[in-house]
Design a protein around this ligand. Structure first.
Ligand code: SAH
Ligand code: SF4
Length: 435
């Protein structure tokens, strides 16, 4: 999400002749795009801001700004109390950056944290930063209207709004023409995507948007994130099953495996409902891999309730999960209603238990792929060796295999899986793909 925002910002700034650089000493403007989801993310951003202060001491004309979620939360502190930055720009105010920069150049502080009900940056063509030229993100909606009690997103990123479906499809088509072969449609809750064509009144649902994007080209893979268990429909599942270029992979965060905790989290589904969705995925898309987000040690969580989360990891057979210890965020429903009463060491221990189990489940999941031939979209050199390529299969698993002459990033190849760890599949090219 944040990465996609940075690409929008880079595009807006390129209009006023700023270019991205990897060289800190060369920079005239440093913008740090921030996240407030967990306290740790905020601490990291704060540390980097302090480090940039040292650079600014040597080069006083350097401008430093904060973008994104922390902007909204900590605007006055950053600008006035700690004087860490010249510029604070919230997630819906990026178009205002050029005029804010003018204000700052005149020696004033630049601030705009206004949250919009309409802004989707639909017409802005993001500048692809650090791109591999093969995979790209497309933001399809902004904000969130759910009120999960632990979550700060509705406060920092505002109301949910869906972007013009045709602008999304046009962006996907343009990426394909530039050589990209995979797009990931991004939103906090993609299943509630809903765009009404102002001319015809026709409503485009997420299932329809997926289909429209899949039809851009059979060689353009389509992924999406994040699905919400309360909203993912069978229609979406049938659409995934119907189009070979829509990947067989769903990120379906459970957060907790216990119904009482889910209710306190205000997730609006319970354990049985979630299991029913997993069943539907298995029935409609048998090859589909599912991943999750999990929070341990939410307010008042008991050992038995924590065990329910562990058993859910087994039941859902996640290929992988993002796992976090609960971190109370100021202003959220949980912060106002429930004491953060699970001791830190208990949260951490439960987190370790979930991580350990997930590693075993991922390993088992990947071991089942040994002997299979899977289609992989080549992304580039593997991290460990320039003699190997890496890329993902439809299930979003990273596959590493020796290079072969004539094969390059952006190609589809069939890879015979010979070995697997909990994180990676290892194999050998079987034959060039026919698709
Ligand atoms: N919209 C997505 C999640 C976005 S935030 C969804 O509903 O699933 C990404 C993940 O961060 C969440 O799924 C959750 O697991 C984690 N997270 C959010 N707030 C948190 C908090 N206060 N403490 C710990 N983890 C949190
Ligand atoms: Fe946060 Fe819930 Fe919205 Fe996800 S769905 S962004 S967890 S409020």
């Amino acid at each position: 999400m944040n990465f996609s925002d940075s690409e929008i910002v880079a595009s807006i700034l390129s209009e006023i002749h700023y270019q991205p650089t990897r060289d800190l000493d060369e920079a005239d403007l440093i913008l740090i795009n921030t996240c407030s989801i967990r306290e740790k993310a905020e601490e990291t951003a704060r540390k980097r801001l302090s480090a940039f202060q040292a650079v600014k001491k040597k080069k006083p004309e350097l401008l430093i700004g904060v973008l994104g979620c922390m902007a909204e939360r900590l605007k006055t502190r950053f600008l006035e109390e700690e004087k860490l930055v010249d510029l604070v720009v919230g997630p819906d105010a990026y178009r205002d950056l050029p005029s804010l920069l003018e204000v700052v150049e005149e020696g004033e502080k630049g601030i705009n944290v206004f949250l919009s009900k309409e802004e989707t940056y639909a017409d802005i063509s993001p500048l692809r930063l650090g791109s591999n030229g093969v995979t790209a993100f497309i933001s399809i909606m902004r904000g969130c209207d759910n009120m999960c009690s632990f979550c700060v997103v509705p406060f920092t990123r505002g109301r949910e709004r869906s972007r013009d479906a045709f602008s999304i499809v046009a962006e996907a088509a343009s990426l394909y023409d530039q050589g990209f072969r995979e797009v990931t449609l991004l939103g906090q809750n993609v299943d509630s995507y809903k765009w009404a064509n102002p001319e015809t009144g026709d409503v485009v649902s997420f299932a329809r948007l997926l289909e429209m994007t899949a039809l851009v080209h059979p060689k353009l893979r389509v992924r999406f994130s994040t699905s919400h268990p309360k909203d993912i429909t069978d229609e979406v599942l049938h659409t995934i099953a119907a189009y070979p270029n829509i990947c067989n992979y769903i990120h379906l965060p459970v957060q907790s495996g216990n119904s009482r905790i889910l209710e306190m989290m205000n997730r609006t589904y319970d354990r049985d409902w979630y299991m029913g969705r997993i069943e539907a995925i298995r029935r409609i898309i048998p090859e589909c891999a599912v991943s999750s987000d999990i929070i341990t040690g939410f307010c008042s969580e008991t050992e038995a309730e924590h065990q329910d989360t562990l058993s859910m990891v087994q039941y859902a057979d996640y290929c992988m999960s993002y796992m976090f210890a609960y971190s109370e965020r100021p202003g959220t429903l949980a912060a106002r209603k429930y004491p953060d009463d699970v001791p830190e060491e208990v949260k951490k221990r439960r987190l370790q238990e979930v991580i350990q189990l997930q590693t075993q489940v991922s390993f088992r999941h990947n071991q089942r792929d040994i002997g299979k031939v899977v289609e992989v979209l080549v992304e580039g050199n593997s991290k460990r060796s320039d003699a190997d390529f890496c890329g993902r299969n439809s299930q979003n698993k990273m596959v590493v295999f020796p290079k072969k002459p004539g094969i390059q990033p952006g190609d589809y190849v069939q890879v015979h899986i010979l070995d697997a760890t909990s994180a990676t599949l290892l194999g050998q090219i079987a034959e060039p793909s026919k698709i």
